[in-house]
Design a protein around this ligand. Structure first.
Ligand SMILES: *[C@@H]1O[C@H](CO)[C@@H](O)[C@H](O)[C@H]1NC(C)=O
Ligand SMILES: *[C@@H]1O[C@H](CO)[C@@H](O)[C@H](O)[C@H]1NC(C)=O
Length: 304
């Protein structure tokens, strides 16, 4: 029986390619993205690029957030936020383990998904996703951030119903779910906040609390065994958008324990000035190992 605690782990191929996003530096602007898999149960895990089934447009593949859903019959569905030509779609794939390949099942577009950032799957075609901007047009996006409109939101998607379930974020970024599936966590990157939201049977969300931090909180991952939240952060956002190799963006990873209690414990687990790792955006733990991903640099594999 496969469980989410056992991996494999899917990574986005940003190594030497990076997320292509208006205003963001890219080391390989002409190379399309890909999906890599790394089995952290192996002694010396290596990243393996998965083959994607024919018929899917790989040339314009520009992946952003990804999430897996494992069905009762052990089928692994992979949900991928995609920005082909800077548009916004969610692609659903089925993982074919024997062939190490992904079978493309479906492309989802919706007017409530104008600027998707991250996604958390809660069913074979059901998910929550964040919009990091209200508008999709680059100029209006810029204006929106400049005017500080707080118009970004979280959307629930199912084939029968699409709805806004939380709103009022400066820029909703990473999203994830607690191991007991009762709470969603949303990183508001520009507001330096993590929001805890309770999930109800009708899939609506209500706010439980907001944790303020003094860094740009990018993306969240959850330790499936403890429920701790691991956060990839940017201590200096300016350096991400004005990329200077002599003053590279730094990296920071926080661990948040007991977020529901009155005094959650926040620990800085990793910090680097950019000499080793630039622009950390996410950190995932598995069985005493930590994998830190970045916006457009490399990934770092650590022992805890
Ligand atoms: C955020 O982190 C999760 C792992 O917890 C990952 O699956 C997802 O792709 C990341 N999203 C982005 C936008 O980097
Ligand atoms: C980063 O720190 C290292 C060692 O602490 C130092 O040698 C290096 O000059 C620093 N780099 C930058 C870009 O500040």
């Amino acid at each position: 029986m496969r469980s989410e605690a056992e991996g494999p782990f899917f990574l986005l191929s940003r190594r030497r390619r990076g997320l292509k996003f208006p205003g963001l530096h890219s080391f390989a602007p002409d190379k399309p993205g890909g999906i890599l898999m790394m089995d952290l149960n192996k002694e010396k895990p290596r990243a393996l690029e998965l083959r994607i089934s024919r018929g899917f447009n790989l040339g314009s593949f520009n992946p952003h957030g990804i999430s897996t859903f494992i069905d009762n019959d052990d089928t692994v569905y992979l949900f991928v936020v995609n920005h082909p030509e800077f548009k916004n779609t969610v692609e659903i794939f089925k993982f074919e383990e024997e062939e190490n390949s992904l079978l493309h099942l479906k492309t989802i577009k919706d007017e409530l998904l104008p600027s998707v950032n991250d996604i958390v799957a809660v069913g074979p075609t059901h998910f929550y996703a964040t919009n990091d901007h209200y508008f999709s047009d680059p100029f209006l996006k810029y204006l929106e951030t400049y005017l500080n409109l707080h118009w970004t939101n979280v959307v629930y998607y199912s084939p029968n119903e699409v709805k806004v379930v939380a709103e009022g974020f400066d820029s909703a970024n990473g999203i994830n779910i607690s191991p007991d599936k009762k709470y969603l966590y949303v990183a508001d990157i520009l507001a330096h906040e993590i929001h805890v939201l309770e999930k109800h049977p009708n899939m609506n969300l209500t706010q439980v609390k907001v944790l303020k931090l003094d860094t740009l909180v990018d993306n969240l991952s959850i330790d499936p065994s403890s429920g701790d939240i691991w956060v990839g952060c940017h201590p200096n956002g300016q350096k991400l958008f004005v990329y200077d190799p002599n003053k590279p963006p730094s990296s920071e990873v926080l661990r948040i324990q007991n977020i529901l209690t009155e005094k959650p414990t926040v620990t800085t687990v990793y910090a680097n000035n950019g000499s080793v790792l630039q622009g950390s955006s996410v950190a995932s733990v598995h069985d005493g190992k930590l994998l830190i991903g970045t916006l457009y640099h490399r990934a770092l594999y650590c022992e805890l």
